[in-house]
Design a protein around this ligand. Structure first.
Ligand SMILES: Cc1cc2nc3c(=O)[nH]c(=O)nc-3n(C[C@H](O)[C@H](O)[C@H](O)COP(=O)(O)OP(=O)(O)OC[C@H]3O[C@@H](n4cnc5c(N)ncnc54)[C@H](O)[C@@H]3O)c2cc1C
Length: 375
């Protein structure tokens, strides 16, 4: 059985203590569509964001450790999706800078990302392009003064709150990435749609935005793989978030089933209820095991183990959906009350199966890999 070593347990303890400090305003934070300053302050004080930046730039370890990040996300998501997103996006939003940025640019931004003094964003999705990112229409062009970006990006986490965006666009026949500071002339951001699970979202419009040449990330025309590397490292950490949410839903249902009596005994002693809780427990443990294993594998060779990260993401996010639904059922009418924790968990579970690779998209690529294997 895969278990955490002493270093990861220490990180887990720290993350749990951060989550406990946020608990009292978690409801309010998870309703926010702007940065919740109370949550940001607790996260900043904890130093946890150092986990998503390499040591050379003020971070924790020489190479990012997806298992540490997944364990942190599990602990944070147990309490608050806003907290989890604020932490996770510092990594998702800055990783292409970490891997493909110039030394100067990394020194300018990464230490601030690690201290949560600068907020990061990753801009891939467009109004008409979601899963099929090879279809992006945003353009990136070399100019005499540097690099020019034109186009629209949609559903961007931290849109409007971020200090910079790592942007994917088309350049000639290939794809490039470029870092655009939020205050670059020509970049305008408007608030995004309101979701069932509130989230900081922005719609970005790049209208002749120019940045210096050293703001390029990766090799011009060949940066699609840079974007894939981000997904390879961080997809499995979304599985961590899903495990945390599922555990929280199970704990809510269990508490309720212990305390509420019907037919003269606690719900927990009614066969169907206890079976349902036991099934949820087994799904949470299974999801946790594959998540930790896939995250450990992703440290040495993230792209080489992308299949495992995808399997972990599908397993854990789908399990979270089932567990939270079962928990609502166990809680009967009390599971339907607006403003209750279980209602918040129910809503927060839903986006997990869509962002950073929708379940069907991941299953499609896993199926193609299976078909290529020799029988
Ligand atoms: C809360 C939230 C935060 C987000 N943050 C960001 C962000 O920070 N940056 C960013 O760039 N984007 C972000 N996104 C966008 C997200 O990445 C996209 O929603 C996701 O890529 C799916 O694209 P889509 O929603 O356009 O769905 P579509 O691509 O239109 O797909 C719809 C459905 O069709 C099915 N489907 C699609 N393709 C296939 C396939 N090949 N095989 C089988 N089935 C398929 C799936 O069921 C899928 O759910 C965010 C989204 C959400 C909900």
């Amino acid at each position: 059985m895969f278990d955490l070593g002493p270093r990861h347990r220490e990180i887990q303890q720290l993350a749990r203590s951060v989550a406990e400090r946020v608990e009292e305003f978690a409801d309010e934070a998870d309703a926010a569509v702007e940065v919740h300053e109370g949550v940001a302050e607790v996260l900043r004080d904890s130093g946890l964001a150092r986990q998503v930046v390499p040591a050379a730039y003020g971070g924790e370890s020489d190479v990012l450790d997806p298992l540490a990040i997944a364990v942190v996300r599990e602990a944070l998501m147990y309490t608050s999706a806003h907290l989890d997103s604020l932490f996770g996006m510092q990594g998702v939003g800055s990783y292409s800078l970490t891997v493909g940025g110039t030394e100067e640019l990394k020194r300018e931004w990464l230490p601030r990302v690690a201290r949560l003094e600068a907020i990061a964003g990753l801009a891939l999705t467009e109004p008409d392009i979601g899963s099929d990112l090879r279809g992006v229409t945003t353009t990136i062009q070399a100019t005499a003064a540097g690099v020019r970006v034109d186009g629209r990006k949609s559903f961007i986490t931290n849109g409007g709150a971020a200090d910079f965006y790592c942007v994917l666009g088309r350049e000639g026949e290939g794809y490039s990435m470029v870092l655009v500071p939020a205050d670059a002339p020509g970049l305008t951001v408007r608030r995004g749609d309101d979701l069932i699970a509130p989230h900081i979202l922005g719609e970005l419009h790049f209208d002749g935005v120019e940045v210096p040449e050293n703001h390029r990330l990766g090799v011009p025309g060949k940066a699609f793989s840079l974007m894939l590397q981000t997904l390879a490292v961080f997809r499995v950490t979304v599985a961590g978030s899903a495990v945390g949410l599922a555990q929280a839903a199970l704990d809510e249902a269990l508490r309720h089933a212990r305390n509420r009596k019907q037919f003269g005994r606690p719900l927990l002693e009614l066969g169907a209820v206890s079976q349902s809780l036991a099934l949820s427990w087994s799904e949470v443990e299974t999801a946790r095991a594959i998540t930790y294993r896939a995250a450990a594998l992703a440290k040495s060779d993230p792209l080489g183990h992308l299949d495992y990260s995808s399997i972990a993401k599908v397993s854990a996010t789908e399990a979270a959906g089932r567990v939270v639904d079962r928990s609502v059922q166990t809680m009967g009418r009390f599971g339907l009350v607006r403003g209750s924790k279980i209602e918040r968990l129910y809503r927060n579970a839903r986006p997990l199966r869509i962002y950073e690779g929708a379940t069907e998209v991941l299953l499609d690529s896993l199926a193609r890999r299976l078909a290529k294997q020799r029988g």
